[in-house]
Ligand binder design. Structure first.
Ligand SMILES: Cc1cc2nc3c(=O)[nH]c(=O)nc-3n(C[C@H](O)[C@H](O)[C@H](O)COP(=O)(O)O)c2cc1C
Length: 121
């Protein structure tokens, strides 16, 4: 978000500040990501998947990210917001900006915003 990047903690349903600067432009190559209200980044943490065979981790993490993104789509549809899931991003740049470690894998990004004003087109 404009004020910074936050990690979502599902257990406490809370956001924790990771970087107090505007990192939105780092989350993708397309222009709209720079000033969208929210750009989500889905990151897998292989440390949390220690009990799973290594060759299945990316598969499970990717399916999970897809399911989470679909929930975001459903919520956005329910309140009239727009969203777009994005795989075209510089994962190394995102990892550096967020201070991720080698156990973290950047999977996808997803922008949330307001519908375009088509009356101006
Ligand atoms: C896994 C995945 C990755 C995608 N990556 C991008 C992307 O990087 N940039 C983009 O504009 N659309 C991307 N898309 C497509 C959009 O998410 C979306 O489906 C498309 O823009 C059509 O949206 P609309 O039906 O709301 O117009 C991706 C879709 C999927 C399923």
């Amino acid at each position: 978000m404009p004020a910074g990047a936050y990690r979502y903690d599902a257990a406490t349903h809370a956001l924790h500040l990771v970087a107090a600067s505007d990192l939105r432009r780092v989350t993708g190559y397309q222009d709209f990501v720079d000033d969208a209200p929210v750009d989500l980044i889905f990151v897998a943490n292989s440390e949390r998947m220690a009990l799973m065979p290594a060759d299945q981790r990316v598969f499970f993490a990717s399916v999970s990210a897809g399911a989470i993104a679909q929930n975001v789509y459903l919520f956005c549809a329910s309140i009239g917001l727009s969203t777009v899931i994005r795989a075209w991003l510089d994962r190394k740049a995102v990892a550096a900006a967020l201070g991720l470690n080698p156990d973290h894998q950047v999977l996808l990004s997803q922008t949330v915003g307001f519908p375009a004003d088509t009356t101006k087109e």
